[in-house]
Design a protein around this ligand. Structure first.
Ligand code: FES
Length: 131
């Protein structure tokens, strides 16, 4: 596992309120800009490992597009666990069915920095590695 930061994007590709998908050392990550600084996290939902590139970002909260779990993108904290299916809210009594045996877990946040117009991040350790 590499803990060295790797270049993944140009600084101007990372915009406030938008998600920018990248690959870092073979694993998927997402970038955005929040309050002027780049924020990076694994693009692998802690629930089922699915991509959150089409998730809804409001401020520093990202909602997974699959089952509605919400995460603080700065701390990784899980704010809400599995409450929807494909964006459609589900009755509370069904939530545990959609847990699929997975307990609430935080999002993996990544170190990020900008240098000379480029964004560098530590590669995620979660998510499937692509060769
Ligand atoms: S895959 Fe994200 S909440 Fe299920």
């Amino acid at each position: 596992m590499s803990t060295e930061k790797v270049a993944v994007a140009k600084s101007d590709e990372v915009v406030d309120g938008e998600l920018h998908a990248v690959i870092a050392d073979g694993r998927r990550a997402l970038l955005t800009r929040y309050q002027g600084r780049v924020v990076a996290f694994a693009n692998s939902c802690p629930h089922l490992g699915l991509s959150m590139a089409r998730g809804k970002l409001i401020g520093q909260v990202l909602r997974c597009p699959w089952h509605g779990s919400r995460f603080d993108i700065c701390s990784g904290e899980n704010l809400d666990w599995v409450n929807a299916f494909m964006g459609v809210p589900m009755p509370r009594w069904t939530h545990k069915v959609f847990y699929m045996g997975k307990s609430p877990a935080p999002l993996e946040t990544l170190e990020a920095e900008e240098r000379d117009g480029e964004v560098f991040i530590t590669p995620p350790t979660t998510g499937k590695k692509r060769s």
